[in-house]
Design a protein around this ligand. Sequence first.
Ligand code: XUL
Length: 553
Amino acid sequence: MENGGPKRIREAVPENALFLGIDLSTQSCKAMVVDSKFELKYSARVGFDEDMPRYKTKDGVHQAPGGHVTSPTLMWVEALELVLRRLKEEAKCPMDQIYAIAGSGQQHGSVYWKEGAEAKLKALEPGRSLVDQLKDAFCVSDSPIWMDTSSTESCKAMETRVGGALKLSGITGSKAYERFTGHLYRVFLAKPEAATCERLGLVSSFSASLLRGAYVGIDCSDGAGMNLMDVKTKQWDPELAAFVAGDKPGGAERLTSKLLGPVMSSWAVSGSVSPFFAKTFGFPEDCRAVHWSGDNPCSVVGLGLLEEGDVAISLGTSDTLLAVLRGAPASPLPFGHLFPHPLKDGLFFAMLCYANGDITRRKVRDVCAGGDWETFSRHLRETEPGNNGSVAIYAESDEITPPYCKGAPRRQGGTASHDYDGEPKRDCRAVVEMRALAMRSHLGRLGVTEIATTGRLLLTGGGSGNAEIRQVFADVFQRPCAILDVPDSAALGAAYRAAHAVDLDDFEIRFAKATSGTVKEQPAEKTKAIYDTALKKYESLEETVMEERPRGL
Ligand code: XUL
């Protein structure tokens, strides 16, 4: 069955066309404009705490007891208006050249439009502020967002309902997570004010609706972050919809047809921007409004991940891996998330998050390299790939992928003692190899079994600045390792999506050029066999740690 929304349209895009990507994230709203060569031309930013203090947010959110974390919906409305004003007036962007707009919203955040809201969207008057015109448009003034952890009960009940966590992962692409929007909606739908709800949205579809001046549906890529959509068919799952609607008679039907509407193709144009936006900001009247998507899907595009096997690894506070897959994996994911690719129908991407990133590497650096990154790097240079047969797991924090508890270093092979045992050089290498081997192993379990040398391997984040760390990743993955400096990959990815949706000529060539990054390290061929062996050792060690220190999730 077709997803909702028109197909991509074919037209001649003028060479002077500009493409706008907007990222409405947790702490800020950013606008980035690229030209048809995908060079960044204009940008603007609004920080929620500093630019809109009247909403009294800290880091863009309000925290309340019981794990409730929300952001004021009207703050987002105001931010969108302000960022466009700054783009026009301060960055002096020629708004009449903006040919298409797409956006990125923090994933999972929820919006609750009240009866009559769409009529207000359709009748927005230039000359009056958006906030003034939409102040009564929402049933809930504070939108629960991705940091909310209040819906544990719903998560457990949903997994039980479908026959277990793995079953749910097989349907939706993820096990139950508190932040996933189906759970946030379920809590709302049990309240009396739900009776006055006209439409439910994500941050992405809500922002797209503002720009379009009418309701725009949720796109399939962001929609996979809700525990509500069948990730393979890209349709709402009726059983999960009934559950989210509280099993009320007719609830599933009301939820899917009226409150959510059909799932949209991420890569499609929804129509033109509303007359309000065209008149207020000077966009062309037919400026194309492309479906918005989530920040992680948009980052996949911003990082240039367009082909099966492409991998981007961010080494930061936590480590994250994004990898493009052809089709959904044969068996459900025991960890991580699966999303439809936001630009190419038929492709998917997996997202894996690792809690033991920088903090754990820093701990090893402090214990084994005197707190000095240069010494840490020297230790890597002075040890052999494969660490003479020793692999180890370090966990300063409880791990997510896979879920095991924190604990002392655990080693296998070499002199297999545990904890830090007086071989500092070995520990420095091992903490880096641990992450690269874990990622390669987990990718294998998701179906990226062949280490395809043609797929990209991109490193981003703080750790990617270290040449010795990059060399380990190049060797473990047997791919050249590139870096790409894109601090705002979600906003940029949205701008690229806008150009793609209107079929900019030679999109793929322009895109490949803009996102190629700089290849830094080549894999040493002689390390292939070494890391094939190390991988097996790592997998056996991970199994042991899972048995010894399971987190029981
Ligand atoms: C992803 C997640 C966050 C949000 C906010 O599942 O919760 O990355 O998208 O950035």
